[in-house]
Design a protein around this ligand. Sequence first.
Ligand code: SF4
Length: 477
Amino acid sequence: MNNIDKPGENCAVFGIYGHKEASKLTYLGLYSLQHRGQEGCGIVSSDGSEVFVHKGRGLVSDVFSSPGIFRHLKGYIAIGHNRYSTTGSNLPSNVQPFVVECRDGPLAISHNGNFVNTNFLRKLLVKEGSIFQTSTDSELLVHIIARSKEENLVLKLKECLAKIKGAYSIVMLVKDKLIAVRDPNGFRPLCIGKKRNCYIITSESCALDLLGAEYQRDVKPGELIVIDKNGLSSHQIFQPEKLTFCIFEFIYFSRPDSKIFGEYVDKTRRKLGKNLALEKPANADIVISVPDSSNTAALGYSHKSGIKFELGLIRNHYIGRTFIQPSQPLRDFNVKVKFNAVGGVIKNRRIVVVEDSIVRGTTLKMLARLIKNAGAKEIHIRVSSPPIRYPCYYGMDFPTEEELIASSLSVEEIRKFLNVDSLGYLSIQGLLDSVPKNDAGFCNACFSGDYPVPIEERLLKNQYEIFNHIHLSDKVR
Ligand code: SF4
């Protein structure tokens, strides 16, 4: 219910080194990253010799509900995680960070992203005697690291990550070190901040703002960062491949006040709205947004089109994850409990409704009916992304291809399904024109079907080769 008919967010990672209240700051960091995952969360801290863990299912405020928890989470290093289950089910055992005891001591991991060769690796490791405690792909990392015979941690991680294909932004804690690493394509964001002598690693920069820390730079694709008593050291363990930052982070996932991939989300989201207005104009009296994720794009549309922006829909922010459904089914209850139309704004007006994306279309259909019932004269839906036709394999929770409305229906058929006067999507070119023009390349596979890292079935043929080529005793330097 939290995000009805939207792609699922894709987890948040956070890490801090060098603060006497590391776990409390991690809690605040996770709080600001709550939008990336609401199913579970956890913090692991270390005083340099011992590690301490607290995690559970639910929101950050539910899991860390008493000050006593932080007395237990001692130390000057901590990592945290907010979970959205893109792989593995919503089981308590799947809540991160994972903590294991390895040859070299305790190791804790928080992971954002999805590996695309999970099934293959899992089967292989099980065959070779590994016992898995969870059903997530992130646990694979721990098993592969634990088997490595390399002499130092950087080489161990390099060996392990060379076997893994897909998307990962990871923070790790090993007794007296904080580690961060990002896949060579750079799918998911990950940045470094500093607050006096203390280092912070976070999925999005909004966590730095909350903590009064300064944004330093992004962790580079293929880069591994080690932070310890000697400061920060950088290891480019893989040469960056064709960069394919997730373009959906700009459309919907990241917070508008965050800086990701070197650019503010707000700025890019406004451009999406502006380009949408240029490509898909409408004769209308007002522009409204589907709050909150479409607000910025709607402002951009309004600015470019000259059509006044109004608050036509009010969102109820206080719905818990579970709520009591009335026993007598009420029409459109699920959407009504979350949104209400402002009759005084909508009545007798021709309305542009800006939405950031359409997945199944079921919620938008109910919303359109809500707006119609509030007296709208005409409804023109404008979408600040292209039609989503393909699933994501790199860490976003999308429904199956069959459930994606644009995979089987044309734009005109979707318009009829939504029962609105017109429907217009931003083109792929319009999307690409809106994102920053630096050296970055972007993944847009959910719109184009052009997957930058082949997914498992296509990888299988050369998997044994990849795994054996870099098998445990081999060097991957
Ligand atoms: S397929 Fe879509 S959601 Fe997934 S990484 Fe690519 S752009 Fe992002």
